[in-house]
Design a protein around this ligand. Structure first.
Ligand SMILES: N[C@@H](CCC(=O)N[C@@H](CS)C(=O)NCC(=O)O)C(=O)O
Length: 219
């Protein structure tokens, strides 16, 4: 089963898909890329075909053989269970709890508030102009990153990466969110630990290859 083909439904600028691209690269897994353009023709994620792939109309989806795997955090954990080396979670229950809590800070408490469909809803249904939408995005990233920075600073488990000296799913979530923060011109100067960890991650070819600009569907 581990040898079955992997195919990632992805969009170059999707931070949730970016998380999975990093995870696949860290595991050394080759995969096909199936681009889903989130803006073209009203968004290919809303097409009838794609609704079968993911009724939530979101990327990423990882196809493994005939199985369709959804939700980036669940996909990362699946990769870790199927291909345990190198691990994306620490060896201890306490360590795993810490890493999952950091990953979820991003994936559950920052990212969903700023997702494309939320911003489109503001624009289409409520007529919220772009500058106000951008303030909204910056607000939630800043609030989340302030907590993330506080949780990392001076914590004995923080190392070169969010937890220890090897990347975990916390780093898989942090790095795409940093990319998003820059996209929305968030001032990152107050987050020295996040910036240091970002530099360590981006020095790794697995993170570099997962960057939005490196994707075949990037413009
Ligand atoms: N909780 C989901 C979130 C997935 C998600 O929000 N994907 C975004 C791109 S980052 C998307 O497909 N948005 C399409 C839309 O909002 O219409 C996960 O982690 O996989």
């Amino acid at each position: 089963m581990v040898t079955e083909r992997l195919c990632l439904f992805s969009y170059w600028r999707s931070s949730a898909a970016y998380r999975v691209r990093i995870g696949l690269n860290l595991k050394g897994l080759g995969y096909e890329l199936m681009p889903v353009h989130l803006l073209r023709d009203g968004g290919e994620q809303h097409s009838d075909d794609y609704k079968v792939t993911n009724p939530q109309q979101l990327v990423p989806v990882l196809q493994h053989g005939h199985r369709m795997l959804r939700q980036s955090l669940a996909i990362l954990e699946y990769l870790d269970e199927m291909w345990p080396s190198p691990p994306l979670l620490p060896a201890t229950a306490r360590g795993r709890q810490r890493v999952r809590s950091l990953a979820q800070l991003v994936a559950c408490d920052i990212h969903p508030l700023n997702n494309l469909r939320v911003l489109q809803y503001f624009e289409r249904d409520w007529g919220v102009p772009q500058p106000e939408r951008d303030v909204w995005v910056r607000h939630w990233i800043t609030e989340g990153f302030s907590a993330f920075e506080a949780l990392l600073q001076d914590h004995p488990s923080t190392g070169a990466f969010c937890d220890g000296n090897a990347p975990t799913i916390a780093d898989c979530c942090l790095i795409p969110q940093m990319y998003n923060a820059r996209r929305f011109a968030v001032d990152l100067a107050s987050y020295p630990t996040l910036l240091r960890i970002e530099e360590a991650c981006m020095a790794l070819p697995e993170f570099d290859a997962a960057r939005p600009e490196r994707q075949p569907d990037a413009p």
